[in-house]
Design a protein around this ligand. Structure first.
Ligand SMILES: NC(=O)c1ccc[n+]([C@@H]2O[C@H](COP(=O)([O-])OP(=O)(O)OC[C@H]3O[C@@H](n4cnc5c(N)ncnc54)[C@H](O)[C@@H]3O)[C@@H](O)[C@H]2O)c1
Length: 350
């Protein structure tokens, strides 16, 4: 096998917009089949992307002997059932984030994949951004000293849409934090090489009327003691979004802007200071000289598919494991629990 032959389950959303176009650029992958709930739609997508076959049932796609691996990009409440079916059919799986409605459901998916001996990965593709890889390298090289503080932000404008699965808890599992915050949590943990040990958070619906949160800010203490915050909001206009990531250490800092995105781009600035600096009573922060870091941009989804296809073909390590994605989901659940339990000190004005 020189290319992994892919089938796509739920081909009409992000798959159509981003992942299939990325797959078509990946040298180690070939698109064989697409599946959608409506046959006419499946056939249109099949023709558009040059697939060989269209299906309107998951079972029929899984019975296709030419399909080695499936990409599952359906609404979250279908993930567990479809991923387990695919694993039982011995197909390798790239499953969209979040893994499932809960981390407990996701653990079942992971268990069945292990039992069936198939490879599985999760769609946290922002790790593949060249600036995020560079940021990880810089942290690992020790040039920022000990990381003490970091922050990541992802926002969009997502008003009330009647019937939208993302806006109902029983079909999405959660709102802005579950949908977008997972990328931010994952990036901060991936880049710093540390996982959250303690989590608290505020999540709520402030602007719109749907039941999942449109606003979330969470605070984590990472394994090395650094404090990390994630902001995921559905109520900030796209034109006002900055999607920043900031990492501060005892030896310097990094600021990425516009990199937490579906499209490779943005900027990365690095500031390195003399770690042996004495206390400066003047606290002169005006003489900061950021270095712009260069990158060659490509396609995140092509990199994601290429990487996972190579894991299937050559036994390369899976770049985003289901265990890592489930740990991210447990952070989200911990933040929801912290918000529900309270534990805040209320300041009363009287
Ligand atoms: N990694 C990323 O960049 C990214 C971006 C967007 C969405 N996502 C994830 O992808 C998944 C889908 O999100 P979306 O925005 O594409 O949603 P969407 O609603 O736009 O598209 C989902 C598609 O699945 C189809 N579908 C619905 N029920 C199905 C079923 N039972 N079987 C097969 N297909 C079915 C729908 O017809 C639709 O075309 C979610 O898990 C989401 O979090 C990831």
């Amino acid at each position: 096998m020189d290319k992994v032959k892919w089938g796509v389950i739920g081909a009409g959303g992000i798959a159509d917009r981003r992942t299939i176009p990325g797959l078509l650029l990946a040298g180690s992958a070939e698109l064989v089949a697409v599946m959608e709930v409506d046959m006419a739609f499946a056939e249109r997508l099949c023709a558009k992307h040059g697939a060989k076959r269209a299906y309107d049932s998951v079972d029929a796609l899984l019975e296709d002997p030419e399909v080695d691996a499936v990409y599952i990009a359906t609404p979250v409440f279908f993930h567990k059932e479809q991923a387990i079916k695919a694993a039982r059919a011995k197909k390798h799986i790239l499953l969209e984030k979040p893994v499932a409605m809960t981390s407990a459901e996701g653990l079942e998916v992971a268990r069945v994949c292990r039992e069936e001996g198939i490879q599985v990965s999760v769609g946290l593709m922002m790790r593949f951004h060249p600036y995020h890889q560079k940021m990880k390298e810089i942290v690992e090289g020790g040039r920022l000293g000990r990381i003490v503080s970091c922050r990541a932000q992802l926002t969009c404008w997502y008003p009330d849409i009647p019937g939208a699965w993302r806006q109902q808890r029983e079909t999405s599992g959660g709102g802005a934090l579950m949908d977008m915050g997972v990328h931010c949590i994952d990036l901060l943990q991936y880049i710093t090489g540390n996982t959250a040990q303690k989590v608290t958070g505020l999540t709520g619906t402030k602007e719109f009327n749907y039941e999942v949160e449109d606003s979330s800010s969470i605070l984590m203490e990472l394994g090395n003691g650094a404090y990390a915050t994630v902001d995921a909001f559905f109520n900030i206009p796209d034109a006002a979004a900055r999607c920043r990531m900031e990492i501060y250490g005892t030896g310097g800092s990094m600021l990425a802007e516009g990199t937490i995105s579906q499209v490779e781009g943005g900027t990365l600035e690095v500031v390195l200071s003399d770690t042996g600096a004495e206390y400066d009573a003047q606290q002169n922060r005006n003489e900061v000289f950021p270095m712009q870091v260069e990158a060659v941009f490509g396609n995140l989804y092509a990199r994601e598919i290429e990487s996972f296809s190579n894991a299937i073909l050559h036994g390369d390590p899976v770049a985003v494991t289901i265990e890592e994605a489930l740990q991210v989901q447990r952070v989200v659940e911990a933040a929801y629990e912290a918000n529900a339990k309270g534990g805040f000190i209320w300041l009363h004005s009287n």
